[in-house]
Design a protein around this ligand. Structure first.
Ligand SMILES: [Zn+2]
Length: 346
């Protein structure tokens, strides 16, 4: 007989995008509904490049929490070519837990990102010294590299070198999408971990391109072929401590997704946890769920497990077709209109 309820330690989301200002009134409550903490991406306009900006962003997030919520945002710094070891020390003092590396131009609002990785090695060393985490969007951005190959080329060009040069640096290879990334993480030391999104576990590029372009399934790194999807599913099924939950929930207004040049990102905050449960159930791996959602992440970051629990019940419900923002704009959530099998009990 299959389970009717699942109770787990309340999870954290180790990678997401809240955006800013009015959007926070939508994104923060959506995440606080089922996550205790979240690693908040710093790719605002302008990017969050120093401790002062991170602390004021944190205040804006805290004031968007629903009444009584104890949700805690974990703040990150946006690495640029100009970041110095002194910036890292100041960030650590301010309670910032991680530093985000975007290769310039890799995704939404990443124009200020890093052009030359090698020149930043003193900064990476300081991140290791301060016992902070480096979060890596692991794709090259050169236009001559095929978009489906960019993750593998990034591993070959940069990550292999980085792990050899600074083995003590703890970094998260974020939102991995390929069997190459799974292999790299498994073959690396315990200082290398990875997050995996619901969309990369649930879909492959056919779900984006077969029978018409589906802009709401377009994200970066882009969905890959099914053999890579299967490798990601095997990775979470294995129960390895190196993989943990990072939804990469990333809202864009409907008109910016459904456009002749649509934005990348899936807004999954309203369904991510339920979709992960669905995946683990399909894989016959529900016994591995709680480590993936609630223990592997805190262990890698050296943070305590959450004290609260969350219960999911087996109950069909439909993800809304769209969500109206406070300013009247709409967002189409990930899996809009589709029926899910699990729901959070309140
Ligand atoms: Zn992201």
């Amino acid at each position: 007989m299959s389970a009717k309820t699942i109770t787990i330690i309340k999870p954290d989301d180790w990678h997401l995008h809240f955006r800013d200002n009015g959007m926070l009134l939508e994104t923060v409550p959506a995440t606080a509904r089922c996550f205790s903490r979240a690693i908040v991406m710093p790719n605002l306009v302008p990017p969050v490049v120093n401790a002062e900006m991170a602390l004021s962003y944190r205040e804006r997030i805290l004031s968007a929490r629903p009444n009584g919520s104890t949700f805690e945002p974990l703040m990150t710094l946006y690495l640029t070519d100009k970041t110095t070891p002194a910036d890292i020390r100041a960030a650590k003092k301010a309670g910032i837990v991680a530093v985000k590396l975007y290769p310039a131009g890799a995704t939404t609002n990443s124009d200020a990102g890093v052009n030359a990785l090698d020149t930043l090695y003193p900064v990476f060393e300081e991140i290791a010294t301060q016992n902070m985490r480096l979060l890596i969007h692991g794709e090259v951005t050169s236009k001559d590299i095929d978009i489906f190959d960019r993750e593998k080329v990034f591993i070959d060009r940069y990550l292999c070198h980085l792990t050899r040069q600074i083995p003590e640096l703890k970094f998260v290879f974020e939102h991995i999408t390929t069997s190459d990334a799974v292999d790299f993480v498994l073959e690396s030391s315990a200082n290398v971990a990875a997050t995996i999104t619901p969309q990369h576990l649930l879909m492959n590029r056919n779900d984006m391109l077969d029978g018409g372009i589906r802009p709401h399934n377009y994200c970066l790194p882009v969905l890959k072929r099914s053999s890579h999807q299967l490798a990601l599913r095997k990775a979470v099924q294995s129960g390895s401590k190196k993989f943990f939950l990072g939804s990469d929930s990333a809202p864009h207004e409907k008109n910016k997704k459904e456009s002749s040049c649509g934005c990348a990102g899936c807004y999954s905050a309203w369904s991510a946890l339920e979709l992960y449960v669905q995946v683990f159930e399909e894989l016959g791996a529900l016994d591995k769920l709680e480590n993936f959602t609630s223990r592997n992440g805190p262990d890698f970051y050296g943070l305590p497990y959450n004290k609260e629990q969350v219960t999911l019940v087996r109950k069909e419900w439909q993800v809304p077709e769209s969500i109206v923002l406070p300013d009247g704009e709409r967002i189409v959530p990930f899996y809009a209109g589709q029926t899910l099998q699990w729901q959070i009990a309140n």
